[in-house]
Write a protein that binds this ligand. Structure first.
Ligand code: LRH
Ligand code: MN
Ligand code: MN
Length: 409
C-alpha cells in the first residue's frame, strides 16, 4: 500500500502547490479536526414504526464508551462522546469520567432530555402547568451540575416543545417561558461553559415548535449573553434551506456554537453523515474556513471553537461501522474544503465573474483527497482504511456476547 500512497500523494502535492495551496497547512488542519460522537448513536434506534434490536448493542453507558473508543482508536479524530441524560444516567459520574479517560476519551456535550417523560407530552419548559415547567428547568440545572462532575464545557439543548393545533398553546406566552428557563439555566453555567441552543422546524410538534429555526435560537442566545450560542443540526431545516448561508450568518455574528451532523433526504432523517448531501457538507466547511480568515478576530475565534458533533441514529445499519462512515465522510469533505483557493474566489467575486467564482469553489470539491487522507493516517500511525481495519478486528464478533436488547434511545 505504502508505495502507491507515496506516488499518489506526491502527485497530489504537486498539483496543489501549483494551485497555491500549502499542503502542510492542509495536513495540520485535517489532523486538528475533532468530531464528537453521540452515545445514543451506539444504541438501538429506529423509526416510529419499529426499533430493530441488534446483536451486540451496548447495555449501559460504559459499553457505549467502549464502542466510541473503537471509533476514536481507528480514526484518531473522535476523542469525546456526547451524553444524553437520563439515557446515560449513572450512579457515579466520576466513575464514568474515569472510565472514559482510561479509554483515551472524555465526556463531551451534556444533553438534557426533557421530551421522553409522560409529563412532557404537552411541553416541558413551555408547559402550561407550572409544576412541569419547574421539573423541566430543574432537569436542565441538574445537567449543568453533571457537566461539572464529568468535566464538560458544553450544554446542548434541544426542546421537543411545540403544539399540534392552532390555539392549543399561547405561542407568545410559551416563548417567554422558554426564555425564562434558558435564563435560569444560563445563570448556573460556570465561566468556561457554553450553552448551545438547537432548533428544529417540526416534529414532534406539527403545528408550531417553540424554537423552530435559527433566528429564534439566535434571538434567545443573544438575549442570554456570550456563553449562549446556536447549534445547527443539519437535518433540522425545511427542504431546500441553504444551511451554509445560516452557518455564514451565525459565524459573522459570533454565534455559531456547534453542529449536529447527519444526512437527510426528506426531514430529520438522522442518516450517516455525507451520504445524501456531501456537497452541502463541503460548502458548510468552505464557509467556516472562509470565516477563519476574517479580519475580525471574533469571527475567527468563533470559527475556531465550533463543537463538531455527530447526531445520527441507525435504524438498519451496524452502529460502529455507521459511525466510522460518518467520521470518514466528514474528514473527506473537510479535506476538500481545505483545498479552496480563497484568493481565487475573492478575485472572481471582485470582477463579478459569476462562473469563475463558482468554479473556484467547485474545483476544490472535485479533487481526489484519498492520498492525502491516507498519508495523514499513516503519519499518525492509524490504519489507512479504518473501516476495513474495524471489520477485520474481530470487535464486532466479540461484542456479540452482549446479546440483544441493549440500550435504546
Ligand atoms: C432532535 C435531536 C436533538 C436530540 C437528538 C436525539 O431531533 O436532533 O439533538 O437531542 O435528536
Ligand atoms: Mn440534533
Ligand atoms: Mn434531530
Amino acid at each position: 500500500m505504502g508505495q502507491w500512497i507515496d506516488r499518489a500523494f506526491a502527485l497530489f502535492e504537486e498539483q496543489q502547490r501549483y494551485r497555491g495551496i500549502d499542503v502542510n497547512w492542509v495536513k495540520q488542519k485535517l489532523t486538528g479536526l475533532k468530531i464528537e460522537t453521540p452515545s445514543w448513536g451506539y444504541g438501538d434506534s429506529g423509526t416510529r414504526f419499529k426499533v430493530f434490536q441488534k446483536v451486540g448493542v451496548p447495555r449501559n453507558p460504559f459499553e457505549k464508551l467502549d464502542d466510541a473508543a473503537q471509533v476514536h482508536n481507528l480514526t484518531g479524530a473522535c476523542p469525546s462522546v456526547a451524553i444524553h441524560i437520563p439515557w446515560d444516567k449513572v450512579e457515579n459520574y466520576s466513575k464514568l469520567t474515569e472510565y472514559a479517560q482510561s479509554l483515551g476519551l472524555r465526556i463531551g456535550a451534556v444533553n438534557p432530555n426533557v421530551f421522553q417523560e409522560d409529563d412532557y407530552m404537552l411541553g416541558s419548559v413551555t408547559n402550561a402547568n407550572p409544576e412541569i415547567r419547574r421539573k423541566a428547568t430543574q432537569h436542565l440545572l441538574e445537567c449543568v451540575h453533571i457537566m461539572k462532575e464529568v468535566g464538560s464545557d458544553v450544554l446542548s439543548l434541544w426542546f421537543a416543545d411545540g403544539t399540534n393545533y392552532p390555539g392549543q398553546g399561547h405561542i407568545r406566552q410559551r416563548k417567554q417561558w422558554m426564555q425564562e428557563a434558558l435564563a435560569e439555566t444560563y445563570k448556573a453555567l460556570a465561566p468556561n461553559m457554553r450553552m448551545l441552543i438547537e432548533y428544529k422546524f417540526f416534529e414532534p410538534g406539527f403545528y408550531h415548535t417553540d424554537l423552530a429555526d435559527w433566528g429564534m435560537a439566535f434571538n434567545a442566545a443573544t438575549k442570554l449573553g456570550p456563553q449562549a450560542e446556536v447549534l445547527v443540526d443539519t437535518g433540522h431545516h425545511a427542504q431546500g434551506t441553504n444551511v451554509e448561508h445560516i452557518v455564514a450568518y451565525l459565524l459573522d455574528e459570533g454565534k455559531l456554537g456547534g453542529f449536529h451532523f447527519n444526512s437527510r433526504k426528506y426531514a430529520d432523517d438522522d442518516l450517516i453523515v455525507g451520504t445524501t448531501n456531501p456537497y452541502e457538507l463541503f460548502l458548510i466547511f468552505y464557509q467556516i474556513l472562509e470565516a477563519g480568515r476574517d479580519k475580525n478576530e471574533n469571527v475567527r475565534k468563533t470559527a475556531e471553537h465550533i463543537a463538531y458533533m455527530v447526531d445520527q441514529s441507525h435504524a438498519i445499519e451496524s452502529k460502529i461501522p455507521a459511525m466510522l462512515r460518518s467520521v470518514l465522510n466528514i474528514q473527506t469533505q473537510y479535506a476538500k474544503a481545505l483545498l479552496v483557493n480563497h484568493e481565487a474566489v475573492a478575485d472572481a467575486q471582485k470582477r463579478n465573474d459569476v462562473l469563475g467564482a463558482e468554479n473556484a469553489v467547485r474545483e476544490a470539491y472535485e479533487f481526489d483527497v484519498s492520498p492525502l487522507l491516507a498519508v495523514i493516517r499513516e503519519e499518525q500511525g492509524l490504519p489507512v482504511d479504518p473501516m476495513r481495519a474495524f471489520l477485520e478486528s474481530g470487535y464486532q464478533e466479540k461484542i456479540a456476547a452482549r446479546g440483544v436488547g441493549g440500550s435504546s434511545w
